[in-house]
Design a protein around this ligand. Structure first.
Ligand SMILES: [Zn+2]
Length: 283
C-alpha cells in the first residue's frame, strides 16, 4: 500500500512555485573557488557527501518532495555513489562547473572546457545531460550565455534580479534561456558558512535567524500572489548539520501549511514559464 503524497502541488493552479535546490559542491568549492587543498579543508567538503546528502535525501523522501541538485563534475567523479543515489531518487541534476571554477577568471577556451567537462562527468556517472546551469559562486562571465546556448542549456539559475522567472538577456538581446533566479538571502552559505581561511567568515547563524528570513520572504511572495518562484539554495556540507536540517524541516512544514504551493524542480519551473510566455505571444 503506497502512502498518499504529502508535498507536491501542481503547476496548473499554483500561487507560488517553490524549488529546493542543493549545490553538492563537496571538495570542489574548496579547490576551485577558495583555492585551498589542505586535508582539513577538503574534509569539510567530504562532510556533504558523507552526512549531508543521505540526510537530505531522507528528508525529501519523508515529505515526497522533488528537488534539484547542481553538481560539479569533480563531485560526481569523487562521489559517484552519492550522485547516483540523488539521480535514483528522481531528483533533477544540473550543471555546476567542473571544479567550481568562478567563470570571470576563465578565458573563453577555459570556460568552454569547464562546461564540456561538467557535462561529460554527469553523463558518464549518471547518464544525465543537464538541462540547467548554476554558475559556481553565482558568478558569470561575458561569454557564459553564448556557451550555455551552444551546449543546449535551457535554463540558468545564476542571476538574482527578480522573484520570478524571466528571459535571459545577453549583450542586449533576448536569449532562449530562461532565468530561474535565486537570492543570497535564501542561501545557507551566506548565513551559516564559517571559515578561518582563505577569508574569515563569521557565519554560524542560529537557525531561528534563518527561519525568520526564509519564512519572511516566503510569506511576502505568497501574499503578493504574482507568479513568484521561491528558490532556496543550500549545500549538503552546510545545511546537512542536524540543527540546520531541523530548520529546513520547519520551513518545509510552514510552506506545506499553505494552499497553492507547487514544489517543483527548477527545470519544471523553467518549462512552466516557457509554456506560458509562448502562449501569451500567440494571437
Ligand atoms: Zn557551489
Amino acid at each position: 500500500m503506497t502512502e498518499k503524497p504529502i508535498g507536491g502541488g501542481t503547476a496548473s493552479d499554483h500561487r507560488i512555485a517553490v524549488s529546493l535546490t542543493f549545490d553538492f559542491d563537496a571538495e570542489s568549492v574548496w579547490l576551485g573557488a577558495l583555492g585551498v587543498d589542505t586535508p582539513s579543508a577538503l574534509s569539510r567538503g567530504a562532510y556533504g557527501a558523507n552526512e549531508g546528502v543521505p540526510r537530505i535525501l531522507r528528508l525529501l523522501d519523508k515529505y515526497h518532495l522533488p528537488a534539484t541538485f547542481f553538481i560539479p563534475g569533480d563531485t560526481a567523479d569523487r562521489h559517484p555513489e552519492e550522485t547516483k543515489a540523488i539521480a535514483a531518487a528522481g531528483h533533477e541534476i544540473g550543471h555546476h562547473g567542473y571544479c567550481h571554477e568562478p567563470p570571470p577568471g576563465l578565458s573563453l577556451t577555459e570556460e568552454r572546457e569547464m562546461i564540456e567537462r561538467g557535462i561529460d562527468a554527469l553523463e558518464r556517472q549518471v547518464g544525465v545531460r543537464p538541462r540547467g546551469y548554476r554558475s559556481p559562486s553565482w558568478e558569470l562571465s561575458h561569454n557564459t550565455y553564448a556557451l550555455l546556448a551552444e551546449y543546449g542549456i535551457e535554463y540558468d539559475a545564476s542571476q538574482l534580479a527578480a522573484d520570478r522567472p524571466y528571459w535571459v538577456h545577453d549583450k542586449g538581446e533576448r536569449t532562449d534561456i530562461v532565468e530561474v533566479p535565486g537570492a543570497w538571502e535564501l542561501c545557507d552559505s551566506s548565513l551559516f558558512m564559517f571559515a578561518f581561511t582563505p577569508n574569515y567568515l563569521t557565519g554560524l547563524a542560529s537557525p531561528s535567524r534563518a527561519q525568520e528570513i526564509w519564512c519572511g520572504d516566503f510569506d511576502g511572495m505568497y501574499a503578493e500572489n504574482s507568479d513568484a518562484c521561491y528558490v532556496l539554495t543550500m549545500h549538503p556540507q552546510i545545511i546537512g548539520r542536524h540543527h540546520r536540517m531541523q530548520l529546513l524541516e520547519r520551513v518545509i512544514q510552514h510552506m506545506l501549511g499553505h494552499d497553492g504551493v507547487w514544489f517543483a524542480q527548477m527545470g519544471d519551473i523553467a518549462d512552466d514559464f516557457r509554456q506560458r510566455a509562448t502562449a501569451n505571444v500567440q494571437p
